[in-house]
Structures are given as structure tokens and as C-alpha cells.
Design a protein around this ligand. Structure first.
Ligand code: PHE
Length: 344
């Protein structure tokens, strides 16, 4: 009995799907045969199926099958009438009415680049980690080897909430949080928002996105750092992108480097290029080997393990990819700006 009911339900669904596709007499006839043909029609088969049921089940089954048959017949009649009605042959919409504009959104360019960055690192076997946007002094500075007098702690660039809490000024505190939680080997990136006490101008924003990266394992060297970042930058831009490493300083990496790429706008060929200011180079990341003191702060033995870290600004990367002259455009929420970057 249950099988019969299921069969009927299945056939009813199929019929309901097929009916709207009947646009001419031939299709109608085909549908009619499929269900009502005396030899192999679905209904004939249902009546066959009924024969095998116990006598006491037959009346109920008969009702089910008959009501389905009535449904099919009345639907076929309705389709027949519709096919004959004039509305099918003439347009049912008033083509002289003005159209309605449809408004659609678009992925934000910063999100597009963030996802592209994530995809490249996922391919290299990195995990994606998360961390809080409000941090303690310990995670944002102390554990990262910033001495108390370090200029980066100055209120000029940090938004303090109270004596101990602040809006993180970089994503590097996530390095500490991940190393506290996980044992090496670690290969992670962390995309997230960071905050600085800045007045917005073409190259500064008080809130922006960074992507942090951290690799910790036995025998990690500067060659791994270089190879990983070169692979990443080639995948993000193109194979023949020029890359250079310059010595730099961060309290939590030693040695440290800043990484530049050849200007994506003028290719180093224009003295008055607005993006690279004629230098031919764009600074794209900070990086370095994890300072042994940072490992000690999270109880990882620097004699056994080594690692590298890097951090990049996502808006800057998007600026270079899409050749956007002013960072403030990203957060003005003008749909005309945002819609330009996705391939729709
Ligand atoms: N956190 C640094 C910044 O905000 C970037 C960085 C990350 C440098 C990791 C080295 C290693 O500028």
C-alpha cells in the first residue's frame, strides 16, 4: 500500500513538472499518452499494481488511484483549454511599459583580493586562523617583543580602550595566539581587520585589512620565506613580476625584510607615476624569521624550531591589483565604484 502511495506521489510530482512545459498540441498528446494510454500508461500500471494487494486494502487503494486519475484528467483538460485560449498566441505583457531597473550588489574589491590570497595559501597547505580585533597589550605588543618604550606603543597610532585593552594595530598577535594553542608544525594565515589612529588620506586609513602568515617547523630557513613569498606574489600578480627583499626591522622578527614588487602600474618606466612615485617599486609586505625571544614567550624551544612570519595590507594589494589611486574609495560605499571589479 505504501509503495503504491509513493508511486502516486512520484508520478504526481513528475506530472506537475511536465505540465508547464506543454506548449503545443503534440506535447499535450504525448503527456496524455504517458499517463492515460491503455497499454502502457502510468495509470494502467497503477491499476495493475493494485491487483496484487490484499482484498481489504483494495477499496482505499482504488480511491487513491482514482483520485489521481481525476487529477490527471482535469489537468490535461485545463492544458487543452489554455492551448486554445488567445492569451497563448499573443503577448501577455505590455511591451510599451518602461522597464524596471534591477539593483544588484557586487563583491567588494577588498574581499575579492582577500579570497584570492586565501586560495593561494590554501593551495600551499596553510590553514586559516582567526583572532580577536580587541587585544590586550600583552598580545599586541609585549609577547611580540616590543619593549615598553617602543614608539609603536605611542597613542599616536594605537586606539586604546583602557590601560590594557586596545584595538589591535596589526594581525601579528594572532601568531602568539596560534603558537600558544598549537604545537609545530604550524603553517597558517590570518586575514583580519586592524586599527590605527590615523586620519584618512589617499594612503592611510584608520581601519584596514591585513593578512598575517606564520610557518614554524624544524629547520625552516630564510630560503623557505623567500620561496614561499615569491611563489605567492607570482600567483597573485604574474610570473614575471619583479620582486626585491630589503633589510628592515620588526621587534618580533630577526632578520627582517620588507618586500617590494615592480610597479604594477608603470612597470618602472614612468618618472611621474602616481602609484610608485617614479621609484618603480611598491612596498607590499613585511616579513622575517621569528625572533627567538618570541618563541620563548610561547614556550617553543628556539633551539629546536625556527620559523618565518609575514604581514601584508590587503587594501594596498587591491590598490596595486586594480590600480586604484586613493584608499578612501574602498570605504565610501559607492556602488558605482564597487561594481567595477567583479567579472559579472
Ligand atoms: N605586523 C607588521 C606590520 O603591521 C608586519 C609584519 C608581520 C612584519 C609579520 C613581519 C612579520 O607592519
Amino acid at each position: 500500500m505504501e509503495t503504491l502511495k509513493n508511486r502516486i506521489q512520484g508520478l504526481r510530482d513528475q506530472f506537475a513538472q511536465a505540465a508547464p512545459q506543454v506548449l503545443d498540441q503534440a506535447a499535450l498528446q504525448e503527456l496524455r499518452n504517458l499517463y492515460l494510454s491503455r497499454k502502457k500508461g502510468h495509470l494502467t500500471q497503477l491499476f495493475e499494481l493494485m491487483k496484487g494487494l490484499a482484498p481489504e486494502q483494495k477499496p482505499a487503494a482504488g480511491q487513491e488511484v482514482n483520485s489521481f486519475k481525476q487529477y490527471v484528467q482535469s489537468e490535461l483538460d485545463r492544458l487543452e483549454k489554455e492551448l486554445q485560449a488567445p492569451s497563448r498566441s499573443g503577448p501577455s505583457v505590455d511591451l510599451t511599459l518602461p522597464g524596471r531597473a534591477s539593483y544588484w550588489g557586487a563583491p567588494h574589491p577588498v574581499l575579492l583580493i582577500k579570497e584570492r590570497i586565501e586560495q593561494i595559501f590554501l593551495r600551499m597547505g596553510f590553514s586559516i586562523e582567526d583572532g580577536p580585533e580587541m587585544e590586550t597589550d600583552f598580545y599586541n605588543f609585549e609577547a611580540l617583543n616590543f619593549p615598553p618604550h617602543h614608539p609603536a606603543r605611542d597613542d599616536w597610532d594605537t586606539l586604546y580602550i583602557d590601560d590594557d585593552l586596545l584595538l589591535r594595530t596589526h594581525t601579528s598577535p594572532v601568531q602568539i595566539r596560534v603558537m600558544e594553542k598549537k604545537k609545530p608544525p604550524i603553517r597558517m594565515i590570518n586575514p583580519g581587520k586592524v586599527f590605527r589612529k590615523e586620519t584618512p588620506d589617499p594612503t592611510h586609513l584608520p581601519m584596514f585589512f591585513q593578512v598575517e602568515g606564520l610557518v614554524v617547523d624544524h629547520g625552516i630557513t630564510f630560503a623557505h620565506l623567500k620561496g614561499t613569498l615569491e611563489y605567492f606574489l607570482k600567483a597573485l600578480y604574474h610570473d614575471s613580476i619583479k620582486i626585491r627583499f630589503r633589510p628592515s626591522f620588526f621587534p618580533f622578527t630577526e632578520p627582517s625584510a620588507e618586500v617590494d614588487i615592480g610597479c604594477t602600474v608603470c612597470n618602472g618606466e614612468e618618472d611621474d607615476c602616481r602609484v610608485c612615485k617614479g621609484t618603480g617599486w611598491l612596498e607590499i609586505l613585511g616579513a622575517g624569521m621569528v625572533d627567538p625571544q618570541v618563541f620563548k614567550n610561547v614556550n617553543i624551544d628556539p633551539e629546536k624550531y625556527s620559523g618565518f612570519a609575514f604581514g601584508m595590507g590587503v587594501e594596498r594589494t587591491a590598490m596595486f591589483s586594480f590600480q586604484i589611486p586613493d584608499l578612501r574609495y574602498f570605504y565610501e560605499n559607492d556602488l558605482r565604484f564597487i561594481r567595477q571589479f567583479s567579472k559579472k
